[in-house]
Design a protein around this ligand. Structure first.
Ligand SMILES: [Mg+2]
Length: 452
């Protein structure tokens, strides 16, 4: 539920004409806001384009545009007090930005003020009373336009000044400017989000990958647009992504052929062997093993750290989740039911008379099939591919990562890292939440029974 102390949430619906807010009717409120005429949606039917002068700002010639900066120890009431002085002096608010850092307030308000008013003196007195510094600067009358820029997420067990400096240097040399920096998390990793205006995306991407490799941090760059926030489906690989092992290796160990099988697994995940051939070769080594080796292997499966936080948080946000595995169904089904995933796809051992035959049955899930399944699940859920995220670590995940709106390599092989949209090398699955712009505080709040 949306919680707000603002009277705005009390605004009556259009049909309840007589209702009022603080004694004012809705009609008066709309009139105060310019009669609603300046909103592009209020154009008459059939007219969709802006017409000359329709949204022209009022004449500014008799007014000064000033940036008022308030800094100092934060406490409740500063913004309210400041706004009330501005309102009494007929100042028009053009822009507001505020941040509080370790209890220290940084508030910036751009106001257009009429000439000849004694506003500045009043503001200085206000600062004195509230124990904050107030200063002023004449600024450009033309508002800075909202921009579609890039968002750069930095992750690391530590993100030091030198790491920050290296990232900032890449941005600057690509012609970008850092517009805002937000700390997303201190746990389980440090994470910051940088909103960047301008700059060449491809140039920044290439150089940020180099900085990330050099400095043992993760850096992801995405376009800052609606698509970034509208992700609704996450498709995850299982082995070495959702869980810490390769399930075929576990089964093979239980069947006594661990060494032979894991040697092939390693080469297959590096992309050195054809996935299906390598899969069939390994399963063949299991021929004759009792089916109970699967149960014993199941007991040894451990989730990747952060997997529960990751899936629980995304489910709260209404995401659909799927596991798409080149491993086996008994494992994918267990993981899916444990984590409450919506879909599970995996390969199947052929079992006859309680024994593995060394063959597979049904659809073989290889690199191409993983990408097809992403398509199928997205279509079944009615979610466009741009709104999907795929996460994986192996060469067999490459097509799926490429097809998804956002492909994330998770503790992956180098070849996978290089072709994914983003690479995460910290060993916590929930670190991916930060790339999606979710803050640690929001995760904790939801766990403590917050609004979700
Ligand atoms: Mg994997």
């Amino acid at each position: 539920m949306l919680r707000t102390n603002s009277p705005a949430h009390l605004l009556p619906r259009a049909s309840t004409k007589e209702a009022s807010v603080w004694g004012r009717t809705r009609k008066q409120l709309v009139a105060d806001a310019g009669g609603g005429r300046s909103h592009p949606e209020n154009l008459p039917l059939g007219r969709s384009k802006r017409r000359g002068g329709q949204y022209a700002a009022r004449t500014m010639s008799d007014r000064k545009t000033i940036l008022v900066r308030v800094t100092g120890p934060d406490h409740p009431g500063i913004t309210a007090g400041l706004m009330s002085i501005l309102a009494e002096n007929g100042a028009d608010i053009e822009d507001v930005e505020q941040i509080s850092l370790r209890g220290h307030l940084n508030l910036g308000v751009v106001v257009a003020v009429p000439e000849g008013r004694d506003l500045l003196k009043e503001l200085l007195l206000f600062g004195w009373d509230e124990n904050v510094a107030v200063d002023f600067e004449l600024v450009d009358q033309v508002p800075s336009e909202p921009f579609i820029g890039h968002v750069i997420t930095v992750l690391g067990s530590e993100v030091g000044a030198a790491d920050f400096g290296a990232v900032a240097e890449v941005i600057a040399s690509a012609g970008g400017n850092i517009h805002r920096i937000i700390r997303l998390a201190r746990y389980p990793v440090m994470s910051y989000e940088l909103l960047v205006q301008g700059g060449d995306l491809e140039m920044m991407r290439a150089e940020l990958i180099a900085v990330a490799n050099e400095r043992s941090i993760d850096v992801a760059i995405q376009r800052q647009d609606l698509g970034r926030r509208a992700k609704r489906l996450v498709v995850l690989d299982m082995d070495s992504t959702l869980i810490q092992s390769e399930v075929l290796d576990l089964v093979a160990e239980e069947a006594g052929v661990g060494t032979e099988v894991s040697a092939i697994t390693e080469r297959a995940m590096e992309g050195e062997l054809d996935f299906e051939e390598a899969l069939r070769a390994r399963v063949r080594l299991l021929a004759g093993a009792e089916a109970e080796v699967i149960d014993r292997a199941l007991d040894r499966v451990a989730l990747t750290p952060g997997a529960r936080t990751f899936t629980r948080t995304l489910k709260r946000l209404g995401y659909k989740l799927a596991v798409v595995s080149g491993g086996f169904e008994q494992f994918a089904d267990k993981v899916a039911s444990e984590l409450g995933l919506d879909h599970a796809f995996a390969n199947r051992f052929e079992i006859v008379d309680g024994k593995l035959t060394g063959e597979l049955t049904g659809r073989i899930i290889d690199r191409t099939e993983k990408a097809s399944i992403l398509n199928e699940v997205a279509a079944a859920e009615g979610i466009p591919l741009e709104q999907t995220v795929a996460v994986g670590d192996g060469a067999n995940d490459l097509d799926m990562l490429a097809k998804a709106g956002l492909g994330i390599a998770f503790n992956a092989k180098r070849t996978v890292n290089d072709s994914a949209d983003a690479a995460v090398s910290v060993p916590f699955l929930d670190a991916i939440l930060f790339i999606l712009g979710i803050r640690r505080d929001e995760i904790v709040d939801a766990d403590n029974g917050g609004s979700l």
